[in-house]
Design a protein around this ligand. Structure first.
Ligand code: 5GP
Ligand code: MN
Length: 334
């Protein structure tokens, strides 16, 4: 974080302001953790922040401190549009291209307030006055911790802010296993634990709260899985009918894609999930090692992300999407 940029932010935050804080659509643990962590920090500094999420957050994150204050754009467009227009400063966290907020992009494009981006994805767009964009970080939450520290306010990080930050570090690092987990990540986590962050309770809240339906859905996805050992690839599918059959709620498919990667000899896995309402097949890709799923998602499935975790979408049927994917498999260098 460059000294000059930090000075600009210090200037922007020198008097109380109305501030909008925005995560990407379908916010995950890092998007929720970073926006809520920043929210509590700004509140503590006498600002008037509001987290405005493009759509509903998943149930397994509803316990997070401050989640009850989040405004949902797609549920309440009129008041969210007004809040966005009133904002004197806009933070966008855990994404770097405005289309990641869905329909809310149309409103963001009309705003005149300065934008600050904090994000760890590749190839940032240039919409922000100040961009803290760094793919070396495993999570936006880790960046928010460093951002607050760079403002000289590390001592203001308390248990509430720490709980939010810890959640995103935990979820985006695959519980501290993914390659971008560094000594600094663990040093931050150590500080957060010293502040009282409940490091054993939070994983329970996140991961040990399954419904029976979500476990059955996982079972279905495992049954549907196909393996291509010669290409080190596996994929699975869930149709809308299958989701409905097991009373799917948002968040139930989180993490299923990782099961494919846990198979010996598999370095690339994908999950294709039908969404009839949005008329798309939502896709998640994961890899281990050098195969770049961000590039793959960009090239073939209108998406992006990171080298080892990316997503995309397809606007044709499940059958056609799978046919395209299966045709690509033998051409990939995995
Ligand atoms: P997930 O598979 O968990 O939804 O997403 C994995 C990673 O890929 C996340 O970092 C997410 O931000 C990114 N990602 C997921 N879907 C999309 C997409 O449609 N477009 C882009 N650009 N990135 C995505
Ligand atoms: Mn993230």
């Amino acid at each position: 974080m460059r000294e000059k940029n930090i000075q600009v932010i210090q200037q922007l935050l020198s008097a109380p302001k109305k501030i909008a804080i925005i995560p990407h659509r379908n916010p995950d643990g890092d998007a929720m953790g970073s926006t809520l962590g920043l929210y509590h920090f700004l509140l503590k500094n006498n600002h008037f922040p509001t987290v405005i999420s493009p759509n509903e957050y998943p149930d397994f994150l509803a316990w997070m401190p401050g989640s009850e204050t989040i405004k949902i754009y797609e549920k309440d467009k009129i008041s969210c549009t007004q809040l966005l227009h009133e904002a004197e400063l806009v933070f966008t966290l855990d994404f770097n291209a405005l289309h990641r907020v869905g329909e809310m992009e149309n409103v963001l494009n009309t705003l005149t307030a300065p934008f600050v981006m904090i994000d760890h994805h590749q190839s940032p767009d240039e919409y922000a006055l100040i961009s803290f964009s760094d793919v070396a970080y495993g999570s936006t939450c880790e960046m928010v911790y460093n951002f607050i520290a760079a403002l000289g306010k590390k001592s203001e990080i308390d248990k509430t802010i720490g709980t939010c930050i810890y959640t995103g570090i935990l979820t985006d690092s695959g519980s501290f296993r993914f390659p971008k987990t560094t000594g600094n990540t663990h040093r931050i986590v150590a500080d957060l634990i010293d502040l009282g962050v409940e490091n054993t309770e939070i994983p329970n809240l996140l991961f040990d709260n399954s419904s029976f339906g979500s476990l059955q859905l996982l079972g279905k996805a495992l049954q549907n899985m196909k393996i291509f050992y010669t290409n080190k690839t596996s994929y699975t599918t869930l149709t809308q009918d299958e989701l409905d059959c097991f009373n799917y709620v948002k968040g139930d498919t989180e993490g299923i894609v990782n099961y494919g990667l846990s198979i010996k000899g598999i370095d690339f896995s994908a999950i294709f999930i039908e969404n009839k309402e949005d008329k798309i097949i939502k896709i998640s890709f994961r890899s281990q090692g050098d195969f770049d799923v961000n590039q793959f998602a960009r090239d073939y499935f209108n998406g992006g992300g990171h080298r080892n975790a990316a997503g995309g979408k397809s606007e044709v049927s499940m059958e056609e999407t799978i046919r395209k994917f299966e045709e690509l498999i033998p051409t990939l260098k995995i």
